[in-house]
Write a protein that binds this ligand. Structure first.
Ligand SMILES: Nc1ncnc2c1ncn2[C@@H]1O[C@H](COP(=O)(O)OP(=O)(O)OP(=O)(O)O)[C@@H](O)[C@H]1O
Ligand SMILES: [Mg+2]
Length: 351
């Protein structure tokens, strides 16, 4: 898919504006605080996701004119043509061609993937950060994934409460088991796709970087059996911890180079390349499984890459044929092979 036109009003610091976007690569260039990340966030919201910093919906509305309505709209072209309009009030309400649409339904229609400056923590941060990468990909690939994961989290919280109160645990296990097996099956599929995708983004990395899902369980092949047997095996530990130590909430995505963890053996610049390559692999997975070209939103993606790394990244991005929106505060070297937009005080103009 590609975004052909956008319009925003009352969104963060952005001045009301209607813009037409060509396919290919777009660079948003402007000083700190000018509104580049806010533009990426507007595109993020228009493609069915929420605020980038996990803030309340009301924080998306302009501070300077809180009485004014906040609206975003976009026209998409590509695999199909559609119009999306988003109103931001107490919550985000999206409409497709005039009828309301849920975010979980909108996301797979206009699949977007975002890279943020702190995504280096994908490689060196906690397992939760890596689970988020897999979960976001699964939310695009499997439309009910976010809902089922939410239901699993709810059942897990009930089990942990029952543990603390010394109540019977059997009922929560019966709810958790099928959800856990389903979430694992989705995550395993997504991880296989990511692994294959890494080869297509391989020119950013030395050969031999792989990903593997390490389940929070014994790792038996039968996923239902795995949940039940793992749970039984750690009953004592569970009572001692007062929290369930088995299930998708304990998964991790192992990122290795040969036998070693990438976080331990790669330099900072290369860890960053791995994080970027994983995002591109997610895009590849989306295109392969959903037959739709993803839209990439990249914030400060060139930072810490040497000239060769930047050249390779641009080469990979061009080879995908995807629409890419990249934001940077510094002019890009090598020369950007696409359209450049200047962002200044919330205003966007062709450079
Ligand atoms: N709800 C809001 N209403 C008005 N202004 C806001 C709102 N939320 C954030 N801002 C302001 O928007 C400005 C631009 O933020 P943004 O993060 O997009 O800048 P940027 O161009 O990405 O800068 P940097 O290069 O530092 O990343 C900030 O100065 C911020 O204070
Ligand atoms: Mg920014």
């Amino acid at each position: 898919m590609k975004i052909s036109v956008t319009q925003w009003e009352g969104f963060r610091n952005l001045k009301p504006r209607r813009l037409q976007w060509a396919e290919g690569l777009h660079l948003l260039l402007g000083p700190n605080g000018s509104g580049k990340t806010n533009i990426l966030e507007a595109l993020h919201v228009l493609t069915g996701w929420g605020s980038l910093k996990g803030e309340r919906t009301s924080d998306l509305r302009s501070w300077s004119d809180p009485g004014r309505g906040t609206f975003l709209s976009a026209g998409f072209e590509g695999e199909e043509a559609l119009d999306v309009r988003v109103g931001i009030g107490a919550r985000i309400v999206a409409k497709k061609g005039g009828s309301s649409i849920r975010s979980s339904q909108l996301r797979p229609l206009v699949p977007s993937l975002i890279f943020l400056p702190n995504d280096l923590s994908l490689v060196e941060g906690s397992p939760a950060t890596r689970r988020r990468l897999v979960d976001r990909l699964c939310a695009l690939l499997f439309p009910v994934y976010a809902l089922r994961l939410h239901e699993y989290g709810k059942a897990l919280r009930q089990r942990n409460a029952a543990l603390r109160q010394g109540r019977n645990l059997a009922a929560t296990a019966r709810v958790m088991a099928p959800l856990a097996a389903w979430v694992w099956a989705c995550r395993l599929t997504a991880t296989d796709l990511l692994r294959n995708g890494l080869e297509s983004a391989g020119m950013l990395l030395p050969r031999g970087v792989t990903v593997e899902l390490k389940r929070g369980s014994k790792g038996l092949e039968d996923l239902h059996l795995d949940f039940w047997e793992s749970l039984e095996a750690c009953q004592g530990q569970e009572r001692g911890m007062g929290a369930c130590p088995v299930g998708p909430h304990r998964d991790d995505l192992l990122i290795r180079y040969g036998q070693k963890e990438v976080a331990r053996c790669f330099s900072r610049g290369y860890r960053r390349r791995v994080a970027i390559a994983l995002l591109i692999s997610s895009g590849w997975a989306v295109e392969r499984k959903m037959r739709r070209k993803p839209i990439l939103l990249l914030d400060e993606v060139m930072a810490e890459l040497d000239l060769e790394g930047r050249e390779r990244l641009i080469e990979v991005l061009l080879s995908t044929g995807w629409q890419v929106f990249a934001a940077t505060a510094e002019a890009c070297t090598p020369e950007w092979p696409g359209k450049i937009w200047s962002v200044e005080g919330g205003r966007v103009d062709a450079a």
